[in-house]
Design a protein around this ligand. Structure first.
Ligand code: ADP
Length: 208
């Protein structure tokens, strides 16, 4: 397993912008959102379990998961939300672990909006928080998603506060400024992670 960095932040904080800059440097990024979709794709065992539990109506005509319908059910019923999370979280975590273990870059990144809200933080060696003000989160996310502020605020309500998130960070990128300022911070951390990966690889060779 290479050195693993967990990258997280609130909606609109700049996680994708930061991830893309690590990818451009040849670093493999496992995206927890993508994994979460992959494990309920057609033909996957978890999808069959979901259909058995909620009924075939939870699938659309093509046999894909009707996400909007599932979201509505679990939003209205905490017990169903709990059932779904108990099914999916271990499957998602196993798949994340498998993908990270296969990474061949000097270090790898797990990018997840819910790194700290789930058990996923246990899969990483360091926690990198992308931080920005709530005002900028709102502005950038509304622009990007063409959503209204109320929808973005509702999502922010379900996430940790800035203070809670930053209190658990090993490293913080302050994304209050320009894209250039973000780029500089990514480069600085990239160099740090390369050094850390190098020294942990060396200590492994010494002990083995
Ligand atoms: P997240 O993945 O955390 O939800 P994104 O990386 O998608 O956030 O960023 C949200 C929006 O803000 C995107 O449209 C992105 O291009 C823009 N953005 C992010 N960082 C900056 C920045 N430093 N300056 C200007 N725009 C930014």
């Amino acid at each position: 397993m290479p050195l693993i960095i967990g990258l997280t932040g609130g909606i609109g904080s700049g996680k994708s912008e930061a991830s893309n800059r690590f990818i451009a440097r040849g670093i493999q990024v496992v995206d927890a959102d993508i994994v979460a979709r992959e494990v309920v794709a057609q033909g996957k065992p978890a999808l069959a379990e979901i259909a058995a539990h909620f009924g075939a109506d939870i699938l659309d005509d093509a046999g894909n998961l009707n996400r909007a319908k599932l979201r509505a059910i679990i939003f209205a019923d905490p017990a169903e939300k709990h059932w779904l999370e108990a099914l999916l979280h271990p499957i998602i975590n196993a798949e994340i672990r498998r993908q990270l273990a296969n990474a061949t870059s000097p270090y790898a990144i797990l990018a997840s909006p819910l790194l700290l809200e789930t058990q996923q933080y246990q899969l990483v060696d360091r926690i990198l928080v992308i931080d920005t003000s709530e005002q900028l989160q709102l502005e950038r996310a509304t622009q990007r998603d063409k959503n209204n502020e109320a929808q973005i605020k509702a999502i922010m309500q379900t996430q940790l506060t800035r203070q809670e998130r930053c209190a658990r960070a090993t490293d913080i990128i302050e994304n209050h400024g320009s894209i250039d300022a973000l780029e500089i911070q990514v480069e600085r951390l990239h160099q740090l992670y390369l050094e850390l990966a190098q020294s942990s690889a060396e200590s492994h060779t010494q002990t083995n």
